[in-house]
Design a protein around this ligand. Structure first.
Ligand code: FAD
Ligand code: A2P
Length: 276
């Protein structure tokens, strides 16, 4: 590129805190994932969220909380998103393409971090819908397997196609040769996957709460029931889901923890406002 060329080319308008979209994948009519460049200075703990967005017609940023779905070692950032047709942000965000810019405020926060839990033997990741995003990060972080012997990913959606993003991700990890090299040939037994649907008939069905209280998930996976001595959990779904799962875990004797007070489980909302 000569100086003359550079001068002739209009500079691309840069947003404050702009990052560039590197890839986009649409999973269903209402779900997509995308990757963006990572600011060199951004450090985060797997499981945390940031504010991302796009400018509105007047150039004012429309910002929303988004869990970072990629692990903290990745040189890009991945997000997994709903498409709300009349949603201020996602009605626009669903149209992004590689090369476009989004706004990303580099201030990661959140409760779904390994440091908020006491050591234990088995970690349960409990999610509905896009609530799997923080666990997409944590499942890809070797630290998770350094701290826990076994991880169980339970993900529930209404229909089977809504499970695809998580299914692909988990199956790739379970058969990743590098992870097998690091953690042994039986790595697939260290990361168990229990996807269920509630409104479409599939092999595995039912709400996470019901599969716990009936003991079905323990029987299916050949695991002992949850106990405060061995089990830890992270919850991420709608407010109603979070409240109900919290009650079930408390029934098993687990207590809610926080960054400043690590205990046996932590909770975070996957989105705000569902009438509860
Ligand atoms: P909004 O006006 O924000 O939402 C409109 C309505 O759509 C809401 O009232 C709610 O009923 C519904 N809704 C919003 N988000 C969802 C969702 N994710 N699943 C189901 N229904 C929803 N969203 C993601 O898609 N991926 C994430 O990783 C993610 N992480 C979040 C982390 C936190 C801590 C919080 C609080 C929210 C998170 N959200 C996430 C929700 C996100 O902030 C926005 O609400 C969402 O992007 C929709 O924005 P909007 O402006 O289009 O519509
Ligand atoms: P269900 O179909 O029985 O309502 P939604 O799309 O409404 O956010 O729900 C996503 C998934 O979470 C659905 O499979 C839904 O099951 C399940 N779900 C919703 N609310 C709860 C809850 N309070 N407890 C357990 N599972 C829930």
């Amino acid at each position: 590129l000569t100086v003359a060329d550079a001068a002739a080319k209009p500079a691309k308008k840069t947003l404050p805190d702009a990052q560039t979209v590197t890839s986009v994948r649409h999973w269903t009519d209402s779900l997509f994932s995308f990757r963006v460049t990572r600011p060199a200075s951004l450090r985060f703990r797997s499981g945390e969220f940031v504010m991302i967005g796009l400018p509105d017609d007047n150039g004012k940023p429309i910002l929303r909380a988004y869990s970072i779905a990629s692990p903290n070692w990745d040189d890009e950032l991945e997000f997994y998103s709903i498409k709300v047709q009349d949603g201020p942000l996602t009605s626009r965000l669903q149209h992004i393409r590689p090369g476009d810019q989004i706004i990303l405020r580099p201030k990661p926060v959140g409760t779904l971090v390994l440091d908020a839990l006491l050591p234990g033997k088995r970690m349960w990741f409990l999610a509905t819908g896009t609530g799997i995003a923080p666990f997409a990060s944590l499942m890809r972080d070797p630290e998770t397997y350094e701290r826990y012997e076994q991880v169980v990913m339970m993900h529930t959606c209404r229909t089977a196609d809504e499970l695809t993003y998580g299914r692909e991700l988990v199956e790739n990890l379970r058969h990743d040769p590098l992870l097998a090299e690091l953690y042994g040939d039986d790595f697939a037994n260290r990361l168990l996957y229990y996807p269920t649907t509630t409104r479409e008939t599939t092999d595995r069905m039912g709400r996470i709460t019901d599969n716990f209280t009936t003991g079905k998930v323990f029987a299916d996976l050949g695991l002992p029931p949850i106990s405060a001595q061995t089990d830890r959990a992270m919850i991420c779904g709608s407010l109603a889901f979070n409240i109900d799962v919290k009650a079930v875990l408390e029934g098993f004797g687990l207590r809610e923890g926080a960054n400043s007070d690590p205990r046996e489980f932590v909770v975070e909302k996957a989105f705000v406002g569902d009438g509860v």
